[in-house]
Design a protein around this ligand. Sequence first.
Ligand SMILES: [Mn+2]
Length: 253
Amino acid sequence: MNQVKRDSVYFLADFHLGVPNKKASLEREKKIVRFLESIKDDAKQIYLLGDIFDLWFEYKYVVPKGYVRLLGKLAELTDNGVKIDFFCGNHDFWQKDYFEKELNIKIHKESSKIIVLDGKRFMIGHGDGLDKSDFKYKFIDFMFKNWASIKFISLCPTNWFMSVGNSWSKKSRKSHKAIDLIDLKEKEPIYVYCKKVLEKEDIDYFVFGHRHIVCDITLNNKARYINVGDWVNDCCYAKWNNEELIVKRFEKE
Ligand SMILES: [Mn+2]
């Protein structure tokens, strides 16, 4: 058997599997699987930066239906030694231990984390809840993510919560659309956050999702803010090849 040399690190986000309907979601899922197949001999690490599912609420004994092609491919990758980390987004925050136990994928619930690759410092995460002074967001965040709410939801009938949850999730995406049209930079919350972090921290690359906008913005003489966009429209990803971080588009390169 040929020895494969895996040395690239990939970042991707916002697949939003499950919407807008089964057909479109399945098509997207197959495309993502083709992408994962294309990098399987090259990737040493994959960071999934959240909102992979449009709604994921995991119960003690039950997980949402569907997505078996993606789950199977992720299992194949980790079985073959590719490391995968999953940063929960605002749509798929309610993970328990299914991904860790079944797929050997590490789950992160923190809003961001600093990782070091080849001496470069990356701050990565989904991209929501970064600004701790945003009280409106913090309140909503608290309502849905605290232990008691999660326990309460898990005791509600599954069918009831999943249908309420799905319609909430659709609304949340619609509200996204309106703000996605704003100018980047000073009006872009993640950009503002990155600038603030740079006042205190030494970071080379900020990599986030959540905004459904692909961007690669220079922040100072070395730091960049990269948003990998979504797979509903953009199908982009960022690749670290040990020297540089490149943003690429799958099947349109
Ligand atoms: Mn999001």
